[in-house]
Design a protein around this ligand. Structure first.
Ligand code: ADP
Length: 341
């Protein structure tokens, strides 16, 4: 659905040039939910704005639904942009217009006759769950409801691709979840391709099929979400994965475990799939003359399956512990040694 080939975007003059996006290559499939994660300044907004034709690449090409959008202008660009819609962190609604009028706006611009327009708005309002709020103004809506208007407006002209620019970053966790669920529902029902940018790994984990990690304008790592969680290769990816696998309470957990187990080694495992840790633990006990204590763990269910973390404590002769650790690291689970007493 989207092909990004050797795309570079440089801002400014030669002396003060900033390479915001540096030779990026991504292929996004039809019907896929694709996430791009990175810290502030990584180049995410620049990349997503180029997908929408809002920014022109300095080099390279971008095709959406088979059509080149990177270096076209005027009527051609307008036509191409009908297939791509965008929602924003701060919703970008028309504050002086009602919910109905906000959603009808792109249809008005496209010249859809009034009766048809109102019919379409009714469908969209029901699709995003805003029944009863037709005549409200944005100032009378909650953040989540405002984003629902944004989504309905973005879908008005039946786009093939929906771009989400930090679409849940201004929302509380519960509202974020409900908006992410709506995006999944839309993806399934309409077969819409979704590209989202975020700095929050829980958003990626909840709804994305694949993820690209961006740093300094480059894509440094990409793959299916479960695979990236299971085996993050880059340091930055590990940090993002830990955002989700190490919630606030983990710090206390670690301190508590260290005080309880001053000898031997406390290890944190990150694994994908329910029960995935069981064969590993069984093999550890069977194959090595060490003591294995299972301390505490947590399994989380997500859109893409389940994943979990587990703390274990190993004790025994140094040589046997080393062998056990190399065995664990050969098993494709995430492993971090917390203590080395
Ligand atoms: P992100 O969305 O990941 O925070 P951006 O794409 O906004 O990253 O920015 C990437 C880099 O490009 C930053 O160094 C930023 O300062 C620079 N940049 C972004 N937009 C412009 C612009 N219009 N003019 C000059 N530099 C820009």
């Amino acid at each position: 659905m989207i092909t990004i080939k050797n795309v570079t975007k440089t801002y400014g003059s030669k002396q003060g040039a900033v390479k915001a996006v540096d030779n990026v290559n991504i292929d996004i499939n039809d019907g896929e939910i694709f996430g791009v994660i990175g810290y502030s300044g990584a180049g995410k907004s620049t990349l997503i704005r180029m997908l929408n034709g809002l920014e022109i690449p300095t080099d390279g090409s971008i095709k959406v639904a088979g059509r080149e959008i990177s270096h076209i202008k005027g009527a051609k660009l307008r036509k191409a942009r009908q297939e791509i819609s965008m929602i924003f962190q701060h919703f970008n609604l028309l504050w002086s217009r009602t919910v109905t009028d906000n959603i009808a706006f792109p249809l008005e611009i496209a010249g859809v006759p009034k009766k048809k327009r109102m019919q379409r708005v009714k469908e969209l309002i029901s699709l995003v769950g805003l029944d009863g709020r037709e005549n409200a103004y944005p100032s009378q809506l909650s953040g989540g409801q405002k984003q629902r208007v944004g989504i309905a407006r973005a879908l008005a002209n039946n786009p093939k691709v929906l771009l989400c620019d930090e679409a849940t970053s201004a929302l509380d966790p519960q509202t974020t979840d409900s908006i992410l669920e709506l995006l999944v529902d839309i993806n399934k029902r309409l077969g819409l391709t979704i590209v989202l940018i975020t700095h929050e790994m829980h958003v990626i984990r909840k709804i994305c099929h694949r993820v690209a990690v961006m740093e300094g304008g480059n894509i440094v790592e990409t793959g299916p979400v479960l695979q990236v969680f299971k085996n993050p290769k880059q340091q930055i990816t590990k940090r993002f994965v830990q955002q989700v696998t190490e919630p606030e309470e983990t710090k206390d957990t670690i301190e508590h475990l260290l005080s309880r187990y001053p000898h031997g080694q406390v290890i944190q495992l990150t694994f994908v799939g329910e029960g995935a840790e069981q064969p590993l633990i069984t093999n550890l006990i069977r194959q090595f003359p060490i003591t294995v204590n299972i301390l505490q763990g947590k399994i989380s269910q997500t859109q893409n399956g389940s994943y979990g973390t587990l703390f274990i404590h190993l004790d025994g002769e140094e040589e046997d512990l080393q062998k056990a650790l190399s065995y664990i690291s050969s098993q494709g689970v995430g492993m971090e040694v917390i203590s080395n007493g």
